[in-house]
Ligand binder design. Structure first.
Ligand code: FES
Length: 265
């Protein structure tokens, strides 16, 4: 680290860092949450079971939409355009590609990943172990710049999740009903939409590249809304990660018959 501390342009502080607080704690916590999510999601997308609770019409967001002939009957709300998939391919391969791409290229997760996994740097005012810096100007990090396209995909998947949420108002007698699972699914939906709409790319799409806000009052209004959400984007990113896991775990439990869904009506 010494040579980093003495690199041109860096403050010559003589020690690794002057910070005396527990700066490593948020980094450690973020790494633990991200690693847990990666392990959990990997297990679930290869499990190919307990993602659809037929009795309540609950479909986990990790498998939505289920569009393969390998899907459990009843879980394919948008048909089965994909053939049967081999066991080594995740059943929700399309969902996984878009949503992992969206989160993986997210500006917040990029910061979290650089800090947690690459220590680049681990925290503000803490030197990093790397000797050089190439930014995101070369392959493969260059691909992170495609975030805005994943955003468009996430919008479509967000609408599909809303459709699943409406279907979750399914009564056990075949009519309309609501259970604890419906509530959990909708809480997750709210968090997913807060996360999606607070995206930096969304803010730019809504209000960017304008010479004059006064000539575009509606876009200015939307931009103001998105900007307010954007200030908490990192918070929504982490909360929605947790709500996705909880929603999936709940649907898995109900689908596996570990307990019955408490019904409100
Ligand atoms: S910047 Fe995080 S989702 Fe777009």
């Amino acid at each position: 680290m010494t040579d980093i501390n003495t690199a041109p342009g860096r403050a010559q502080v003589g020690v690794a860092t002057l910070r005396t607080d527990r700066w490593w704690l948020p980094t450690l916590g973020t790494s633990a949450i991200l690693l847990f999510f990666i392990a959990y999601a990997t297990f679930r997308i290869f499990q190919r079971d307990f993602y659809w609770a037929e009795e309540y019409h609950y479909l986990t967001p990790l498998y939505s939409p289920c569009i393969s002939e390998s899907c459990i009957p009843g879980s394919s709300h948008f048909g089965e355009p994909l053939p049967k998939l081999p066991i080594w391919l995740p059943l929700p391969i399309v969902t996984f590609a878009i949503l992992a791409g969206f989160r993986g290229t997210c500006y917040y997760y990029r910061k979290a990943g650089y800090r947690s996994f690459f220590l680049a740097p681990a925290a503000c005012a803490v030197p990093e172990p790397h000797k050089s810096y190439s930014g995101e100007a070369r392959f493969p990090l260059l691909l992170l710049n495609y975030h805005r396209y994943f955003f468009y995909g996430a919008l479509i998947f967000g609408l599909i999740n809303v459709y699943d949420g409406v279907l979750a108002f399914h009564g056990t007698d075949g009519g309309v009903g609501m259970g604890l699972g419906t509530l959990i699914i909708w809480i997750n939906l709210v968090m997913l939409w807060l996360y999606t709409l607070s995206c930096h790319a969304c803010r730019h799409i809504v209000g960017g590249r304008l010479r004059s806000f006064s000539k575009h009052p509606w876009r200015y209004r939307y931009w103001t809304w998105v900007s307010r959400l954007n200030a908490r984007h990192g918070t929504y990113a982490m909360i929605s990660l947790v709500t996705v896991i909880l929603t999936d775990a709940y649907i898995m439990s109900v689908s596996a018959g570990w307990f019955d869904d408490p019904r409100f009506f």
